[in-house]
Design a protein around this ligand. Structure first.
Ligand code: ATP
Length: 486
């Protein structure tokens, strides 16, 4: 094992500590009150990730050698960010294994820690799932062989060569903050080597997102989406040259080279973030305009955007649930083209239906203005049909005027509470032979019930009697109301 001191892992010129940022800008080294933040050692980083500690205990007990195995990516970044004494809430671990035998290592790891290999993917990667804390959800451990990647053209899948060193593997990563690795094997003193060829630790401390090289967005334009996502989530500004490269890549058409499938995945991840900020960045860099200029209409809804953020308020679980509401807010400018756009990106049918429902309600409420107050529940039903609760929640967040908000809520409650006691059999028993006329009569009854005109089963029956009589007498306007019971 290497005897490199962890604090030297910054590279020969890297400082061992940095001016503290939390207490304002640096004031000069002659100022005794200035606080300095020590760069954590590998041992300290490992101690900040309790799940990793458990994994190491089990591999040690099982005698599994960990030479050439490194923790990389988000877990390391978040552990550096966490600061002293704050365990990092990590659930996923990304391991990079030097040499090409990552699948063999995944099997050995699973056996050592009492987990299982749930997936072996192409290109030397495998996923191990293991319960490390009794009663807690399993930890997902992605194991990948260190590799080099070359890109034939922008947006294309890379040419992958396995069997690389950790330094080579870090060279293919997106941002310096994601390109820090910690060796799982400890040296004789219990230290863990930190490999940080791009001074990612310093960028994390100074809160900057920086690309690893000038071709980064050219090679893989999805990194533009990742840049926005991390900048929004971590609240790290983008380093100016990196921002310039991203904007140039967008202007040169990089976004158009991303497949619909990857774009959907990236958009979904962005919408699951706890705030709207990544979308603001994508708008500023010209990405939304490239996708469809009408998407920028959502930025005329600052109240809505702010309130969705407030409603989710950093609650990641909640924002996972409401990502479709965000997608509705994003696509409001697309109007009738929402369905086509979401289909083009390959969203599943149920998601498309829900988001389209959000957009239709938002637009309807906005277009109606105060006329909304004069509409009966049955008018709203004929216009909007069934409306899911999240659509109401979204429209309520968008609605500023108390009376309109109250009107929408009354409709929500009426929809929730209205159910006819009569069924198709009852309509036929009352003298209708069957077929579409049964549905039309039930639909008319439902509209009346929504408007509160049929508060009891008796009232329903009386109304049924009238409608059957009208139908037999040659049809009625009401029975042709154009809806059928839900
Ligand atoms: P989080 O899970 O918190 O979003 P993460 O960094 O673990 O962060 P992943 O998407 O799981 O995110 O990626 C793991 C690591 O793989 C990243 O930290 C980065 O080093 C690398 N990586 C992922 N996608 C890319 C990409 N498109 N280009 C370059 N490197 C990437």
């Amino acid at each position: 094992m290497s005897d490199v001191d962890d604090t030297d892992a910054q590279g020969p010129d890297g400082p061992a500590d940095l001016p503290g940022r939390l207490n304002g800008p640096p004031t000069g080294s002659d100022q005794p009150e200035q606080r300095r933040v020590a760069i954590p050692t590998g041992r300290e980083l490992v101690a900040r990730i309790p799940l990793l500690g458990l994994l190491l205990e089990r591999t040690e007990a099982a005698g599994l050698a960990l030479d050439g195995v490194y923790l990389v990516g988000g877990a390391v970044r978040d552990a550096i960010l966490a600061g002293d004494g704050l365990p990092t809430p990590v659930f996923d671990l990304d391991l990079a294994v030097e040499g090409a035998a990552s699948e063999t290592f995944a099997e050995l790891l699973a056996a050592a820690i009492g987990g299982e290999v749930i997936a072996e993917h192409r290109f030397g990667t495998a996923t191990v799932l293991a319960v490390l804390v009794q009663g807690a959800p399993p930890v997902r451990i992605d194991v990948a062989a260190c590799r080099t990647e070359t890109y034939a053209e922008p947006g294309a899948l890379p040419e992958v060569t396995l069997g690389a060193t950790i330094a080579e593997d870090l060279a293919r990563r997106d941002f310096t903050a994601n390109a820090v690795a910690v060796a799982l094997a400890a040296d004789a003193d219990g230290n863990h080597l930190v490999v940080d060829p791009y001074n990612g630790m310093i960028d994390i401390f100074t809160r900057l997102l920086r690309g690893i090289h000038d071709q980064t967005f050219h090679d893989d334009p999805t990194r533009i989406m990742r840049l926005a996502r991390y900048s929004g989530r971590l609240r790290f500004p983008v380093e100016p040259a990196t921002r310039e490269l991203a904007v140039e890549a967008v202007a040169a058409g990089a976004i158009q080279t991303i497949s619909a499938d990857r774009m959907r995945q990236e958009l979904e991840l962005i919408l699951e973030e706890a705030a709207w900020d990544p979308l603001t960045l994508l708008a500023a860099w010209g990405v939304l305009d490239t996708l469809d200029a009408r998407l920028e209409e959502s930025f005329r809804l600052p109240f809505l955007v702010m309130r969705i953020d407030e409603a989710t308020a950093g609650d990641v679980d909640l924002s996972r649930r409401v990502w479709k509401m965000r997608l509705g807010a994003l696509t409001i400018g697309l109007g009738d083209d929402v369905i086509g756009w979401l289909r083009w990106l390959g969203f599943p049918g149920d998601v498309i239906a829900e988001v389209d429902g959000h957009v239709r309600l938002l637009r309807f409420v906005r277009d109606q203005g105060d006329d909304l107050l004069t509409l009966a529940n049955s008018d709203l039903y004929l216009e909007l049909g069934e409306v899911v609760d999240d659509s109401f929640a979204l429209a309520a967040l968008a609605e500023d005027e108390q009376p309109r908000f109250a009107r929408l809520d009354a409709y929500r409650i009426a929809l929730r509470d209205t159910a006819l006691t009569l069924r198709g059999e009852d309509v036929m028993a009352a003298g209708i032979a069957g077929g579409p006329e049964v549905g039309r009569i039930l639909g008319t009854l439902f509209l009346r019930a929504l408007d509160g005109e049929l508060p009891t089963p008796e009232a329903e029956r009386a109304a049924l009697g009238e409608l059957v009589a009208q139908s037999k007498a040659g049809g009625s306007d009401e029975a042709d109301a154009g809806t059928s019971a839900p």
